[in-house]
Design a protein around this ligand. Sequence first.
Ligand code: C5P
Length: 201
Amino acid sequence: MSFTVAIDGPAAAGKGTISKAVAAHFGFAHLDTGLLYRAVGAQTLDGLDAIKAAKSLTPEALARSDLRTPAVAQAASKVAVVAEVRAALVDFQRAFARRAGGAVLDGRDIGTVICPDAEAKLFITASAEVRAERRYLELADKGQDVTRAQVLKDVKERDARDAERATAPMKAADDAVVLDTSTLSINDAVAQALALIEQRK
Ligand code: C5P
């Protein structure tokens, strides 16, 4: 039997950490759907057409080492506006969601468009300032040359593009539980997410 957990929200709100912990706790498979858009975005930086790249996404494209850079994040949010790019990625995500044994998908439109019938839906958010600080520390830790001001600007720009696009904009599904992690530790955020999902089981 399949059980799908949809976890949406803006960049650096804690989706990734929470999704991994939820998957580990329940023994579910996890798909970071942002990686699909990042893989397409990275290829457009190499000069490829976004729609073609989305239609022929390969395991190699998903395994590139540069997918976590700020430049690729911005490119991802630009290709994510294109309806044909999103359409090319739907079947893969839905098949993943239906796998036996349960699945956690995190992204921007999982609870609204990809898996509207998901058994559990969370929308993880936090203030832009808190999210930018987390992302700054993450990137600085990896040795990337970034400033706090630039990361905050990037986060706000991506939020606006993701929330205002016409196709599958980022928003909480009507039946999603909103979890604001601005003042929560990672452990507390994970514990709250697990408790909310446990209620749906
Ligand atoms: O989650 P992550 O920051 O890796 O996502 C990169 C970009 O991919 C987002 O800013 C968004 O534009 C896009 N995205 C999307 N829908 C998803 C996941 C990511 O549009 N389900």
